[in-house]
Design a binder for this molecule. Structure first.
Ligand SMILES: Cc1cc2nc3c(=O)[nH]c(=O)nc-3n(C[C@H](O)[C@H](O)[C@H](O)COP(=O)(O)OP(=O)(O)OC[C@H]3O[C@@H](n4cnc5c(N)ncnc54)[C@H](O)[C@@H]3O)c2cc1C
Length: 440
């Protein structure tokens, strides 16, 4: 078979790997000058760093198996993480049940209530009963108004901003069960995975395998249209590396772009399917990466539960991963998930720095701008699907209504949330679906 793939992120490359390994031809078009999409990297002081912070959970078995298969298993390390919660001008340890019991901003009875219900959530196997209820409603009624306002609302605001009260309870259920799966032992120590050559190395080696297996990969090459002819939507209008637009024909096409891009590329589709595509919205991610000559805190992950702060989380990469990979420098991600076109999304790197520095000084009064050797600004679109209630019923099918055309994007990952592991799993599954359909 000949399969055209739109998008050279993790899902597109995983699909191409599966197809070429099975002896078929796959051709991948990636509009950016690099592969990896949201998991792509850039160079920092001799090391490679993801544009947006990245780590793996112990439950991320699909990508772990792929990393092993690519011969990079030795580079995947499982490291102890440290979690903080900035509330009321203070950094609280927030990694395990003991930390929750010591978390004074919440009255002790509320702490116990939050702890017990979190435990019950962790033991709950099915998410079906959470489908119709918002996280806000469920958490408030079970863990109390105070517990919701102090702990959960800041976390939801952190990820979903103005949509925080629309998010389905299934999303929280998934996050709670994931984190537990990554904790081990009586001390409930969380371990997170990181490939020591970066996710960029995993992507590079994956790309090498695809090429060796007979696939073709193009960066700086966009697909502008999926063309329907003879009853199937398997022709692509492409522009390869700035060349003349041309048409290429395949037996099947897999699109891995966000839904709002897909609707622009694809031929008209039945209303029911289009409504599903348009019914799920996304937030973008805006990251500032500070490269510093000293550490900012001693935490890897810090949630910012202070609505006056212009960022929602700080991820100090080198508090988990060896700073020697980056010439001994310290790396801090400042993270936000705004709407595309919002003020924060539009701000320049310099303006964001001016905005952030006084707030960083509130968290660490010693912090001085002179600690920052360089900074990098990244915007990632289609970063986080907004996962509302009854989400499952609105997910577009991988098999689109058009013959030969398949969709594999992050809106279709559920009940889990987007993540490299699930993009690998989905890429492999949809590639197999294409092969199965062809053999029917
Ligand atoms: C800030 C941030 C932090 C994250 N942290 C983690 C983490 O810790 N752990 C984890 O596992 N995951 C994490 N993720 C999620 C993970 O990176 C994504 O879920 C995954 O990489 C998505 O891969 P994908 O291939 O499905 O989509 P994408 O990476 O979005 O790939 C789609 C590709 O399609 C390309 N494209 C779009 N239009 C066209 C066109 N017309 N022609 C050709 N190409 C086109 C895009 O350029 C893109 O490369 C994070 C994401 C973000 C944004």
């Amino acid at each position: 078979m000949r399969v055209g793939i739109i998008g050279g992120g993790v899902a597109g490359l995983a699909a191409a790997h599966h197809l070429t390994k099975a002896g078929h031809f796959a051709e991948v078009f990636e509009v950016a000058p690099f592969f990896g999409g949201q998991a792509s990297t850039f160079d920092v002081f001799g090391g490679r760093l993801e544009r947006g912070y990245h780590h793996l959970f112990i439950s991320d078995t699909s990508i772990t198996e792929l990393i092993e298969e690519l011969g990079l298993g030795d580079k995947l390390e499982w490291l102890q993480s440290s979690v903080g919660f900035y509330h009321g001008g203070k950094i609280w340890d927030f990694a395990n049940p003991r930390d929750l019991l010591l978390f004074k901003p919440l009255p002790i009875l509320d702490r116990i209530r939050v702890g017990l219900w979190t435990l019950i959530l962790q033991k709950t196997k099915s998410y079906k009963k959470f489908e119709g209820v918002t996280a806000q409603a469920w958490l408030t009624s079970h863990m109390g108004k105070k517990g919701y306002e102090v702990i959960w609302e800041p976390l939801l605001r952190g990820k979903f901003g103005e949509y925080h009260d629309k998010i389905g309870m299934t999303w929280i259920w998934n996050k709670v069960t994931l984190r537990v799966a990554s904790r081990k032992g009586a001390g409930q120590i969380e371990r997170l995975g990181y490939p020591m050559g970066s996710f960029g190395e995993v992507i590079d080696v994956l790309a090498e395998h695809i090429v060796r297996q007979g696939g073709q990969l193009h960066t700086s090459s966009s697909v502008s249209k999926v063309v329907e002819s003879d009853g199937s939507a398997t022709t692509l209008e492409v522009q390869i590396d700035g060349g003349e637009p041309e048409r290429r024909e395949y037996d099947a096409v897999i699109a891995t772009t966000p839904s709002y891009v897909f609707t622009r590329l694809a031929p008209p589709m039945p209303q029911e399917y289009t409504e599903k595509l348009e019914g799920i919205n996304y937030l973008s991610a805006v990251l500032m990466v500070l490269v510093m000559d000293r550490p900012f805190t001693n935490k890897y992950w810090m949630n910012i539960a202070d609505p006056t702060m212009p960022f929602v989380a700080l991820i100090e990469h080198t508090n988990m991963i060896d700073k020697d990979l980056y010439g001994g420098k310290h790396i801090l991600y400042i993270s936000n998930y705004p709407n595309r076109g919002s003020k924060l999304y539009e701000m320049s790197a310099e303006d964001l720095m001016d905005l952030f520095v006084p707030h960083l000084q509130k968290i660490n009064p010693d912090f001085d701008r002179s600690w920052v050797i360089e900074y990098h600004h990244h915007r990632l679109d289609g970063a986080q699907p907004i996962v509302g209630t009854n989400y499952e019923a609105g997910i577009p099918e991988h098999r689109t209504p058009l013959s030969g055309l398949y969709l594999a994007n992050t809106t279709q990952i559920y009940p889990e949330d987007r993540g490299t592991n699930y993009s690998v799993r989905m890429g492999l599954q949809v590639a197999q679906m294409v092969l199965d359909d062809a053999s029917d």
